[in-house]
Write a protein that binds this ligand. Sequence first.
Ligand code: FES
Ligand code: FES
Length: 156
Amino acid sequence: MMKYSLVVNGEPRAVDVPERMPLLWVLRDVLDLKGTKFGCGVAQCGACTVLIDGQPMRSCIVDISSVGTAAVTTIESLPRDGSHPLQRAWMELDVPQCGYCQAGQLMAASALLKETPNPTDAQIDAAMEGNFCRCGTYIRIKQAIKAAAAAGRRAE
Ligand code: FES
Ligand code: FES
């Protein structure tokens, strides 16, 4: 076991875990942040997407030893009252079905809108292509990203 100091959702967190433990396990099993989901475990589905220094990463294949002082951002960072433009759009358009993939979808979408506040269809497709949804909510996800982008423009 090794001690690691992390910054998760802006808070310093210390964990005592094996160096090869995936970040996803640390988040869910050690820090009890269960919003991030385990899907495939091999970087193929996107269910486990979190942001590491603002970049969407598959936490199932990121060893804890490689995280260092990078900022880890999980779905729990979004406001509990659902006031983030993406959360609002997700609710207004009734995006989720079973919901399993949606934390990863939202994290990928939030990274996209931070870098590209007014994305084209092609940019949305490129940013979201690694996040799979077994329920097939892709069309509504895209509509919701566009609605959140429009809300951001109106707020400017
Ligand atoms: S669980 Fe990590 S990409 Fe599927
Ligand atoms: S909402 Fe069910 S997997 Fe995406």
